[in-house]
Design a protein around this ligand. Structure first.
Ligand code: ZN
Ligand code: ZN
Length: 482
């Protein structure tokens, strides 16, 4: 079980190099800010860490245990990193990067150089949803028409977009803030901004539809010449995006049907008084007004995190946020009971046969960052010919049981393989393929990257043919969902 013995890959990631450059640059910015108020900065870190300890306690966890000891610090760092845009100023950095470039005079068309459309496409960003504090990923496209014989360094467009993404946000406001800031700092003839946003959501229990783990929306904003009724600039901008397969509607298109876009909000009934009222799958309304003492202190802890980040928890849009975040976390509350998949034990001899259960979806919470990871589990095990295999729904429940708690992928893999093996001791093998939100939000994810773990017990570790057969079965049933 090499994959399991090697410890947690998150440790390596933290020392990784992919995002070091960015971190250094950001630390410089953070330092500049903390030089002004070093004590306030340390205080805010400490108070977020204390609040995270309250959240861990509320989830039935011991924050001193190995694996969770540094979680408060990591979460505090991530929240502060994800909201550092509040301390950053776009204008200065953009205005330092304006370069003279000759172009056509106004009124005679757009001749390229300083006058023609410039578009930067596919800028990858992430932001924190102001309604629930979960991160959402953004593909951002920015276009502008230079004016006054000046062009801007292209990297500044993505830098500026990042400043506004690093705040508690919602897509429409984010698009218009980026647009307005670029317009006022570059002073171009016009700016167009288009965003494609993806927000993680918890699928309905036992849903096999892995695609239901996201909610998506496209929004846009434009200024200056892009707004002119008769101008074809917006069409040109959209065309250049379509070359990349991106279809964006104009921002005046009515997309109110997709609002509220935050999936944790759209599950709610209209708010009454800031309490969490949730519409469950079967239509029953579960009122959570009588929350337990521990939940109440969790909600208070999240409000204090918002304050430490410089946000006002009483701002209208943030009113229900602490409660939603707590409800989300409670999906991963630890439980002390053991799992029993109800299978009969069998002795496996020469007449064993392999059983498989492939592409079982799961959704879990990384215990190092309190961020979701999700994907699929493939299970293979050997039973004596003629023995009844474990019911598929029991295996799904088992995966659900082990994933709905604070986890690391390696442990999840091991716990599932051990549980299967304890019922059929002939041999068991598990492969878990997952996508980690903590990797995305730290900016180190390359498009399409994901993490796979493997664990083998019994005959799967000694018989390479059986192992190869299982891997081949996975390959021929591959799902591209992860
Ligand atoms: Zn949200
Ligand atoms: Zn993590």
């Amino acid at each position: 079980m090499g994959a399991l013995d090697s410890g947690c890959f998150e440790v390596d990631l933290e020392d990784g190099v992919g995002w070091e450059e960015e971190e250094k640059e950001n630390e410089a910015t953070d330092q500049a800010a903390s030089e002004i108020e070093p004590d306030a900065d340390a205080d805010s870190m400490r108070s977020i860490e204390e609040a995270v300890k309250v959240l861990l306690q509320g989830l039935g966890e011991d924050h001193q245990r190995e694996g969770l000891r540094r979680t408060p610090q990591r979460v505090a760092k991530a929240f502060r990193g994800g909201t550092r845009g509040y301390k950053q100023n776009v204008k200065d950095s953009v205005q330092d990067a304006l370069f003279p470039e000759s172009g056509l005079n106004l009124g005679i068309g757009h001749g390229g150089g300083a006058g023609g459309l410039v578009v930067v496409r596919d800028i990858n960003l992430f932001s924190y949803c102001e309604s629930c504090l979960l991160p959402f990923s953004i593909k951002c496209h920015v276009g502008y028409i230079p004016s006054g014989g000046r062009v801007v360094g292209l990297s500044k467009l993505s830098r500026a977009a990042d400043v506004f993404a690093r705040r508690l946000q919602e897509p429409k406001r984010l698009a218009s803030e980026i647009c307005a800031a670029l317009h006022s700092s570059i002073k171009p003839a016009g700016v167009a901004v288009a965003l494609q946003c993806r927000h993680m959501k918890l699928p309905e229990d036992h849903s096999s539809d892995i695609d239901s783990t996201h909610s998506t929306i496209s929004v846009s904003s434009r200024s200056g010449d892009f707004k002119e009724e008769k101008s074809s600039l917006w069409d040109d901008f959209s065309f250049l995006l379509r070359l990349r397969g991106v279809v964006i509607e104009r921002e005046d298109t009515d997309n109110s049907h997709v609002y509220p876009w935050c999936p944790l909000r759209s599950q709610e009934l209209p708010q009454s008084n800031g309490h969490c009222v949730r519409n469950t799958k079967n239509g029953k309304v579960s009122s959570r007004t009588a929350v337990s003492q521990s939940q109440a202190s969790m909600v208070t802890a999240v409000s204090s995190i918002l304050r430490s980040l410089g946000a006002d928890p009483l701002r209208k849009e943030l009113a229900g946020t602490p409660c939603r975040y707590v409800q989300w976390l409670l999906n991963f509350k630890s439980s002390n009971r053991d799992f029993d998949c109800g299978a009969k034990e069998g002795n496996v001899d020469g007449t064993s046969e392999m059983q498989t259960a492939l592409n079982i979806p799961f959704f879990s919470l990384c215990e190092h960052h309190l961020l979701p990871f999700h994907g699929v589990v493939h299970i293979g095990y050997l039973i004596e010919r003629g023995t009844t295999p474990i019911d598929q729904s029991a295996l799904r429940s088992m995966v659900h049981f082990f994933s709905r708690k604070l986890q690391v992928q390696e442990r999840l893999t091991r716990q599932i393989v051990e549980a299967v093996h304890s019922n059929f001791n002939g041999g068991a093998m598990v492969v878990v393929e997952a996508r980690h939100n903590c990797m995305i939000s730290r900016g180190i994810e390359k498009v399409g990257s994901n993490t796979a773990t493997m664990a083998v017990l019994g005959r799967f570790s000694s018989d390479s043919k059986v192992k190869a057969l299982f891997l081949q079965t996975i390959a021929s049933n591959a799902s591209s969902a992860v």
